[in-house]
Design a protein around this ligand. Structure first.
Ligand SMILES: [Zn+2]
Length: 237
């Protein structure tokens, strides 16, 4: 399957989606969203595959959720690229062990971090270095939630990311709105920093990013199912 735009076909990847099961449903009622659901929606949208990570949850080390990510990727190896989610607050030792398991044994393909939900400072070297070291060793990217608080500002994240120039760092939501300009600036300054589009709904900001860093550093993301898209394609003839 490929996405057709005019006369061109593209291999289309959604770089930001989530899978998992929650005790309390999301605001729009979604409590369970697994591989079957995601792949059905990808088919409806004409997308080839999606990068997915666990849904956010209250204080957890995400070990069960990360196992689900591995299980769902095993069911759909060509459609789902599963990342693990790490809560650095469990400490550097627990983080290193969890990453060894997730990247080494479960063979997950990247790391998702959320400085706001998990409440940590993305510049706190003691907590963060094991994460960058594991990403370097397993040659996987890190995607951060960015925006909506100064803790998740692209400028803060870029400080440590700049010291690990061989680790690709994706700024999820490219700062949402208030931090888009800063996200564009740090992506221009750092070869290893990339931008992802989900939640940025205001076209002038998106265009500013495309003008600022070019298409080669911008990944399409939806944040499905937090931010469900109108997945049904119009039946054009
Ligand atoms: Zn998300």
């Amino acid at each position: 399957m490929a996405l057709r735009v005019n006369d061109s076909e593209f291999y289309a990847i959604d770089a930001h989606s989530h899978l998992g099961q929650r005790k309390t449903p999301l605001g729009h009622g979604v409590a369970s969203f697994l591989g079957d659901d995601l792949v059905r929606n990808l088919d409806e949208a004409g997308l080839d595959c999606a990068v997915a990570f666990p849904l956010g949850a209250s204080y957890t080390d995400y070990s069960e959720a990360n196992q689900i990510m591995a299980d769902e990727m095993a069911k759909y190896p060509k459609r789902i690229i599963s990342f693990c989610r790490i809560n650095p607050n469990f400490g550097p030792e627990a983080t290193a062990k969890a990453l060894e398991h997730c990247l080494g044994s479960l063979k997950l393909k990247g790391i998702k971090l959320h400085p706001e939900i998990e409440f940590f400072d993305p510049n706190e070297a003691e907590l963060m270095e094991p994460i960058y070291e594991a990403a370097r060793r397993y040659r996987v990217p890190i995607i951060f939630h960015t925006g909506m608080s100064s803790k998740a500002s692209p400028g803060v994240i870029a400080e440590l990311a700049a010291r690990y120039r061989d680790v690709p760092v994706i700024l999820g939501h490219m700062g949402v709105s208030e931090y888009v300009k800063l996200a564009v600036a740090v992506a221009r300054q750092n070869e290893n920093i990339f931008l992802e589009t989900s939640v940025v709904g205001w076209m002038p900001l998106l265009l500013e990013a495309f003008r600022g860093v070019g298409t080669g550093k911008i990944l399409f993301g939806s944040d499905h199912p937090y931010n469900p898209c109108p997945w049904k394609r119009s039946q054009s003839t």
